[in-house]
Design a protein around this ligand. Structure first.
Ligand code: AP5
Length: 238
């Protein structure tokens, strides 16, 4: 089914509005969680909650949390569960999460998953989470991460290997020089992958065992991945 068809079936069915509920996007660094979250956000009018973005915002604002998180993030390790859970708890209080939200990069440890499961079970009427794991080969992940560049002004993401800007290292949209995330080097990527394998892969198995779970092939054009993710969520919620 084409993406436009998936999107239209997701809006209203026989007059009933589709309620996405909590959606988890799981997968290693560079798999496309953020890219897909943006697509779902636009299609279903629900917010993306990216713990990486929330942490980076704290780092750039120089908050106490940001100061604690920066060195850990630059090493490619995980920020403490308690800090991240608290940050997510605050975000989930916002009214825009009422009909659903996309968690991007959370939960990343079994302790975070247990916290989330308990947090949601304490909310009357909360839908259970559906989890979608995106799969991409190691070499493709490495190219996506080491090639990523971001416009510091409009935040558009480019990739010097896969989606280069028209002029080297300059944003097509506003001419601003592109920047690179401090954790997007090959060395830090390897550490992020180690953290993923030891701490986050068990989270994928946790949600697989709970049943509301799907795997999608992330090694396709962005809109083909989006169509698969949306189909999976609609199927799991049906
Ligand atoms: P975070 O920001 O979450 O980073 P990550 O999980 O490593 O994921 P990325 O943002 O690098 O990749 P992505 O999967 O979102 O891919 P994207 O769509 O950007 O976390 C950073 C750090 O914060 C962690 O290391 C940790 O220290 C800390 N942290 C965060 N959450 C935490 C938590 N819960 N607990 C503890 N610590 C936490 O795409 C990547 C590139 O690929 C882009 O260039 C994109 O354009 C390209 N691309 C995407 N899809 C495609 C496609 N289909 N085809 C071709 N290119 C594509």
């Amino acid at each position: 089914m084409a993406l436009s068809a998936v999107a239209s079936t997701s809006g209203t069915q026989e007059g009933l509005k589709f309620t996405p509920g909590p959606i988890l996007l799981l997968g290693p660094p560079g798999v496309g969680k953020g890219t897909q979250a943006q697509e779902l956000m636009a299609a279903w009018s629900i917010p993306q909650i990216s713990t990486g973005d929330l942490l980076r915002s704290n780092v750039s604002r120089g908050t106490a949390l940001g100061k604690q998180a920066k060195e850990v993030m630059d090493r490619g390790e995980l920020v403490s569960d308690d800090l991240v859970n608290q940050m997510v708890a605050e975000r989930l209080k916002e009214p825009d999460t009422a009909t659903g939200y996309i968690l991007d990069g959370f939960p990343r440890t079994l302790k975070q998953a247990d916290w989330l499961d308990q947090h949601l079970s304490a909310i009357p009427g909360s839908l259970p989470v559906v989890a979608v794991s995106i799969e991409v080969s190691y070499n493709q992940l490495l190219r996506r991460i080491t090639g990523r560049r971001i416009c510091s002004l409009c935040k558009t993401s480019y990739n010097i290997y896969l989606q280069p800007p028209k002029v080297d290292e300059v944003c097509d949209l506003d001419g601003t020089p592109l920047t690179r995330r401090s954790d997007d080097t090959e060395e830090v990527f390897e550490e992020r992958m180690r953290a993923y394998t030891s701490l986050t892969a068990p989270v994928v198995e946790h949600y697989r065992a709970l049943g509301l779970f799907a795997e999608v092939n992330g090694e396709q054009p962005v809109n083909a991945v989006t169509a698969e993710v949306m189909r999976a969520v609609l199927h799991l919620r049906s």
